[in-house]
Design a protein around this ligand. Structure first.
Ligand SMILES: [Mg+2]
Length: 240
C-alpha cells in the first residue's frame, strides 16, 4: 500500500495539480498486474478524486484516510462516517465565511472529510488562520461532531470515529485474505503514522522524506524518486 501525495506524486502548491509521472504510473500498473503483488493506494483524498488522479486499473483504492474503500470486487464505506454529511455542509459554510478574506487559503470539501490548505497563504497570516479555524470548529469539536487532524500545511476535519489509515490496512488484509502476505506501506505525512504503527512486527513500514526520529516507520526513502527505485526493485524481484 502506498500513500499518494508526497509518496507517488511530488507535493505541489495546489492539490489538483499533483501528478504521478508516467514511469510511476506504468510501474504501479505492472505491479498490480503481477500475481505476486496486491497494490493499493491509500490517501486522504476523496475516493473519486484519488481514482481519477491515479487512473490505474486493478488497484485497491482507499480514500478519505480509508473511510471509503474500493477493491476490484468490494466496496466499503464506514457506516458512521455518513452521519457527518449534514454538519459538514454547515461547518463548511462557516469556514468559507470566516476564512474567505485570507488570500491563498483553500477549503476542500472531500465529502466525508474537509481540508483547509494554507500552503499558498501569506506566511504572516498563518497563525491568524489557525486561530480562526480553531475558534470556528470549537463547538463542533466539543460536541464530538468532528475530530481535527493536521497534515502538511493543511488542517483537517474528520468524523469522530476511530478509523485511520492503520484500520484501513487491517481491514484490507482481512477482506482480501492477505494474512499470509507481507504488508508494505509507504507514506510521507502525519496520518501515515497510524499505518506504520499497525505494521510493527507485521510488515515493512517506510517513511518518505528526510529521516526523522519521530516517525514510527522502521525504514525511510528520501523522496518520490527513491520510492520509484524501490518499487522498481520490488518488480525486479520476480522478473525472470
Ligand atoms: Mg502524503
Amino acid at each position: 500500500m502506498v500513500d499518494f501525495d508526497g509518496t507517488l506524486a511530488p507535493i505541489v502548491d495546489l492539490p489538483e495539480l499533483a501528478e504521478m509521472s508516467d514511469d510511476m504510473k506504468l510501474l504501479i500498473s505492472n505491479l498490480a498486474k503481477s500475481s505476486h503483488f496486491t497494490v493499493g493506494v491509500l490517501s486522504g483524498r476523496a475516493l473519486t478524486d484519488l481514482k481519477e488522479k491515479v487512473g490505474v486499473e486493478g488497484l485497491v483504492y482507499a480514500g478519505n484516510h480509508g473511510m471509503e474503500i474500493e477493491t476490484p470486487n468490494k466496496t466499503y464505506i464506514h457506516p458512521r462516517a455518513l452521519d457527518i454529511l449534514e454538519p459538514m455542509g454547515k461547518i463548511k459554510a462557516e469556514l468559507v465565511k470566516s476564512l474567505s478574506s485570507f488570500e491563498g487559503v483553500l477549503i476542500e470539501d472531500k465529502g466525508l472529510t474537509l481540508s483547509v490548505h494554507y500552503r499558498l497563504a501569506v506566511p504572516k497570516d498563518v497563525s491568524e488562520v489557525r486561530k480562526i479555524f480553531c475558534k470556528t470548529i470549537e463547538p463542533y469539536i466539543k460536541e464530538r461532531v468532528f475530530k481535527q487532524t493536521e497534515g502538511k500545511r493543511v488542517f483537517e476535519l474528520r468524523p469522530p470515529i476511530d478509523w485511520d489509515k492503520g484500520s484501513a490496512i487491517l481491514w484490507l488484509i482481512e477482506a482480501l485474505n492477505l494474512k499470509n502476505d507481507l504488508p508494505i506501506y509507504l507514506g510521507d505525512d502525519k496520518t501515515d503514522e497510524d499505518a506504520f504503527v499497525v505494521l510493527k512486527r507485521k510488515g515493512i513500514s517506510v517513511f518518505v522524506g528526510e529521516p526523522k526520529t519521530q516517525s514510527k516507520a522502521v525504514y525511510y526513502l528520501k523522496d518520490v524518486f527513491e520510492v520509484e527505485d524501490f518499487l522498481k526493485k520490488l518488480e525486479a524481484l520476480f522478473d525472470t
